[in-house]
Design a protein around this ligand. Structure first.
Ligand code: GAL
Length: 398
């Protein structure tokens, strides 16, 4: 092959790879929203101690015994599947090693040590985490009762795009793994939301998706609010995609996830071992189409920061508050302010990082977010911005 021909071939092959988004990108759970290619962001890489970009996305950073544990999606350089969940660690209390050019110094400037992939995809045919599957938004909790680390994640099956919409549970005796898959499931099969009255249940049961072939009409929207899609999945369990976890002051752990075709957030109480659901769950902003939930509690108020649903493409954040996880929730303007706020500074939230490492301390909270690079997910960047409070209301500026 002469050089010009090889270069042309290389270009054709790579441009095809770059252009490729899986058929699942047009899946029904993203009913609305423009899909455009995201330009390579101007954000710098987050370099680990080996000088490599931190391949941990959609993740969380928790404090444990003097160390920060950063778990996130281990993504391939090309394609949309998963390699598993990676872990990076850094000692708590060390000063940032550098202030990056375009960002002020944040905890992202710590010297992270790559501890490898702690939940790996497997080659067993039919396993929910068979190579080729999708593992997204892993969140890890240490369970004091069982002395186990429990990881929850958004689990999609090999070759089935985003249709399974399940939650995976994995455990490890050590924060460094290996985590072993416990099971995957959809939350709360056979349960109505805890605050549904007899009348609500009667109305929801009477709704039939076949009667609403056209989406986005006012009657369809009302039906969604009344539980059209919740009722559709009543027998098999509620859909669960983008997600976070939150342990409340009373020790109750909650799984908060995009459900009902990504139209409604649900908050489901976890069992004391964090390995299942108690059956108590609530809906947040029914029909509001929110994703990427991040939750913080300050004083007696819960603040939920979400994104809209435009896949990998950035959009304007949304914010809700409530005095109890069960609601009622009130919507507020986006907490993002300043230039770039309308597209969440090109990012999508994943976690509220408590930099003080002290439970309940809200003096140093950060909004952690992913700047997705769909053409090379492993290269997706990180953004970590301090959350300030004006009055009592969270404000995030770059
Ligand atoms: C985003 C979501 C990501 C991933 C992506 C796939 O909206 O937050 O976690 O699922 O869509 O298109």
């Amino acid at each position: 092959m002469n050089r010009t021909f090889s270069l042309a071939l290389l270009f054709l092959l790579t441009s095809n790879l770059l252009a490729q988004e899986p058929a699942t990108q047009d899946r029904p759970h993203r009913p609305r929203g423009r899909r455009t290619m995201t330009p390579m962001p101007s954000y710098p890489a987050t370099l680990d101690a080996d000088g490599k970009h931190v391949n941990a996305h959609g993740g969380c950073i928790i404090a444990y015994k003097g160390e920060w544990l950063w778990y996130g999606e281990a993504r391939p350089h090309f394609g949309f599947t998963s390699e598993g969940v990676s872990l990076y660690t850094a000692p708590i209390g060390t000063q940032p090693v550098s202030a990056q050019d375009t960002l002020k110094a944040t905890p992202l400037d710590l010297r992270w040590k790559n501890r490898g992939v702690v939940l790996t995809v497997v080659d067993d045919e039919g396993s929910p985490i068979e190579r080729g599957c999708i593992i997204e938004r892993p969140k890890v909790l240490y369970n004091e009762r069982t002395n186990q680390f429990v990881m929850l994640f958004h689990s999609e099956l090999k070759g089935r795009g985003y249709e399974a919409a399940q939650t995976g549970f994995a455990t490890s005796d050590s924060p460094y793994g290996p985590f072993r898959l416990h099971h995957v499931q959809r939350p709360n099969a056979g349960r109505w939301p805890a605050d549904f009255t007899e009348d609500d249940i009667r109305k929801a049961k009477a709704l039939n998706p076949a009667d609403y072939p056209e989406w986005w009409t006012p009657t369809w929207r009302t039906a969604v609010e009344q539980g059209l899609l919740l009722a559709k999945d009543f027998e098999t369990g509620q859909m669960s995609r983008d997600m976070t976890v939150f342990v409340d002051d009373d020790g109750t752990a909650w799984h908060i996830y995009s459900s009902e075709e990504n139209l409604t957030i649900q908050a489901a109480e976890l069992t004391p071992d964090y390995l299942g659901y108690t059956g108590r769950y609530y809906r947040i902003a029914p029909g509001g189409q929110n994703e990427a939930p991040c939750l913080l509690k300050r004083g007696d108020t819960y603040w939920l920061i979400c994104s809209g649903c435009t896949g990998w493409t950035p959009n304007e954040a949304r914010m809700f508050s409530a005095k109890s996880i069960q609601g009622p929730w009130t919507q507020h303007p986006s907490p993002m302010q300043g230039a770039g706020a309308q597209r969440t500074f090109e990012a999508q939230g994943t976690w509220i990082w408590n930099q003080s490492a002290k439970e309940g301390d809200t003096t140093a909270l950060y909004f952690m977010a992913d700047v997705w690079v769909p053409r090379s997910l492993a290269n997706s960047r990180h953004l970590c911005l301090p959350i300030t409070f004006e009055g009592d209301v969270p404000v995030i500026r770059k």
